[in-house]
Write a new protein. Structure first.
Length: 308
């Protein structure tokens, strides 16, 4: 009989679903991209940029974290688009292992309270006090924290900045305890369950909002009409994309196109450069602008543009 001690069993795999919840424009998409280590969700200063449940995947050690970035919960307008967005938030929140409730450190407004009211009892929630780098007097956070703990029984509190890699690592270590032991759902190197076609539409939409600033209403959207991969001896991989930007009014169309087509050209150039990096391919992209007034109030059209 051998005296060699038996090898210690490998730690069990863990895998779980984590929702990122908060009011619009609180930094949820920036946090998701930092957690995944690559851009999967678009960001802009304009509130309400995220419109879909974006899934980001990150495997760290023996734990796989499947993050869902929900749209910011909408309270201002009852349009068909907003009803669809709010359904996406409430659908996710009841069906996860853990919630990261994102709020700006030291702040709590009515919009935060409405997002907090969505949390379901029985699902652990971690309070992520984001944008810590913008808090000048840390001592003021203690009374704010006590106040937050009275609003909801948070399992833990994590002060952080999504832009600080050490803070992001610390958040993983904290989340791991709440993720159940079960086999991974995705390959170790997968980062999102969204297709490149979907990401192309999101990147064009991000550039649209970044380059039009506050002037363009958030009811503008992007539809990908063609996404075609072609073999290319010169580039290895080549992708041709045709996209349409949908706006509500002729005035918005003129704004998107810009003087002499300058702004539309810039949207196309910036989207192409970012997609080439993301997809590791040579990208050709054509973008048109069409007016479809009232689409955000038309349920059938909201669905036809890819919203649930």
């Amino acid at each position: 009989m051998s005296d060699t001690p038996a090898a210690a069993p490998a730690p069990a795999q863990r895998c779980g679903l984590i929702a990122i919840v908060g009011k619009p424009n609180v930094g949820k998409s920036t946090l998701l991209n930092a957690l995944v280590g690559q851009k999967v969700s678009i960001t802009s200063r304009k509130a309400q940029t995220t419109r879909h449940r974006i899934t980001g995947i990150r495997t760290v050690g023996n734990a796989q974290f499947v993050f869902v970035d929900t749209p910011g919960f909408q309270t201002k307008h009852g349009s068909a688009l907003n009803r669809s967005l709010n359904k996406a938030v409430t659908g996710v929140v009841g069906d996860v292992d853990l919630v990261l409730f994102v709020v700006e450190a030291g702040n709590f407004a009515l919009a935060d309270a409405k997002a907090l009211a969505l949390l379901k009892p029985g699902i652990p929630a971690i309070l992520v006090a984001n944008k810590l780098d913008q808090v000048h007097r840390r001592a003021e956070l203690a009374p704010w924290l006590r106040d937050m703990q009275q609003r909801h029984p948070f399992a833990e509190y994590v002060p952080m900045s999504a832009k600080n890699p050490k803070d992001v690592e610390r958040l993983f270590a904290i989340c791991e305890k709440y993720v159940p032991e079960q086999p991974w759902w995705y390959q170790e190197d997968e980062l999102t369950d969204r297709s490149e076609n979907f990401l192309a539409g999101e990147i064009v939409r991000e550039k649209l909002f970044r380059l039009t600033g506050e002037e363009l209403p958030y009811t503008s959207t992007v539809v990908i009409d063609r996404f075609q991969e072609e073999p290319s001896p010169k580039h290895g991989r080549m992708v041709r994309i045709a996209a349409t930007i949908i706006v509500e009014r002729d005035g918005h169309k003129a704004m998107v196109i810009g003087e002499g087509g300058e702004r539309l050209k810039r949207i196309g150039t910036e989207a192409r450069q970012e997609l080439e990096k993301l997809m590791g391919a040579k990208v050709f992209i054509e973008i048109w602008v069409k007016v479809r007034s009232g689409w955000a109030d038309d349920e059938a059209r909201v669905r036809s543009f890819g919203y649930e």
